[in-house]
Write a protein that binds this ligand. Structure first.
Ligand code: ZN
Ligand code: ZN
Length: 347
């Protein structure tokens, strides 16, 4: 493949044979056909994403509203900064995913990207609901736009923002692959020091509604991570000449840089004064995640000696494990949505 080509929109002459379907550079009809798919993982992915449907306003934040003004200062500072960063991540995801979709010629994968975009919009909106519930409008705005006052947060946002902006400005194979890898890092590394902070609060009986909301978001992000992992792995199969050793080295460098940024950020926001969580714990966990993300797309681990989940962080997966969410206190909700006829009756 010599260059990145935008997919056609209305294209009656497109290929209908699934064997000709490609992630990039295919001749797509754009027809949404659920019966003929090339990638076997798409159908279960789609079902899972649909079953994960949730509504932010149904989470009770009454305890959080009471506790937020009385949080210890380090917890309060971290809560605000982490929330501000998460709002940025979900917002830029919502805005950028459709740009990626314009170049993906595997229609079924584009469908997944549309569902993901919709979920990122819900995530962004859920943070507004959190802020609206726990603080006054002025405080809310200062958390939303904290990058205006916090240079560390601005730099943090700039790293991912620059990768996305360069694809916005120049549509090349190089910028496309970097934006795909950027998504993989964002979904698989950047969210996690924030998530673990909220789970740590819940472990200390603080802000239970916020943690519950983060669990729903985490469950969605796990499917997004899986989607981008599969896109990267299919691309490596379909385009071995494009994703050669040189590009794989670029991917690995990006992943390492992403992990370093996340560790530095995690240590800055969490510091050493939060009960139950230290900068060292965050660093160990991010290095472990970085290795996991590397191996899952066929790269060598990035950090030596971080191949197992750190003992001190075993509690994180008790909160983030998607299966536990389903069988745990979310079960009533997810089955209720599957059977609900109320929405249809209201139309
Ligand atoms: Zn999200
Ligand atoms: Zn996501």
């Amino acid at each position: 493949m010599a260059r990145l080509v935008k997919k056609p929109l209305f294209n009656p002459q497109g290929d209908t044979d699934v064997r000709l379907r490609r992630m990039l550079g295919g001749n797509t009809t754009n027809l949404n056909d659920f019966n003929n798919m090339k990638y076997s993982w798409v159908s279960p992915w789609y079902r899972q994403a649909m079953n994960n449907f949730w509504v932010p306003e149904e989470i009770n934040l009454a305890t959080d509203k009471k506790q937020y003004p009385h949080l210890p200062a380090p917890e309060r500072r971290a809560y605000d900064k982490i929330l501000s960063f998460l709002i940025f991540l979900d917002s830029i995801q919502t805005a950028n995913l459709p740009n990626i979709g314009q170049y993906v010629t595997a229609n079924e994968v584009n469908l997944c990207l549309c569902i993901q975009t919709y979920q990122e919009a819900i995530h962004s909106q859920s943070y507004s609901y959190m802020l609206d519930s726990i603080c006054e409008p002025q405080e809310r705005d200062s958390i939303l736009f904290q990058w205006k006052d916090d240079g560390r947060l601005l730099r943090r946002n700039t790293f991912i923002g620059d990768i996305y902006n360069s694809f916005q400005e120049e549509k090349s194979l190089d910028s496309f692959l970097r934006v795909i890898m950027g998504n993989y890092i964002l979904e698989g590394v950047y969210f996690y020091s924030g998530f673990m902070f909220f789970y740590n609060l819940a472990r200390n009986n603080l802000m239970p509604g916020s943690a519950q909301q983060i669990r729903y978001i985490n469950r969605d992000e796990a499917t997004h991570l899986y989607l981008f992992r599969n896109i990267l792995n299919e691309l490596q199969k379909e385009e071995p000449d494009l994703i050669d050793e040189g590009r794989r080295a670029v991917f690995r460098d990006m992943l390492r840089e992403g992990c370093e940024q996340e560790i530095a950020w995690g240590q800055y926001v969490i510091g050493e004064d939060i009960q139950g969580l230290t900068g060292e714990m965050v660093g160990d966990y991010i290095r472990y995640l970085g290795n996991l993300r590397a191996v899952n797309i066929g790269l060598d681990p990035v950090y030596e000696g971080f191949d197992k989940e750190p003992e001190s962080m075993k509690w994180v997966s008790q909160y983030s494990n998607a299966n536990m969410i389903k069988t745990d206190f979310f079960e009533a909700r997810s089955t209720a949505y599957a059977k609900s006829s109320a929405l249809v009756d209201d139309l």
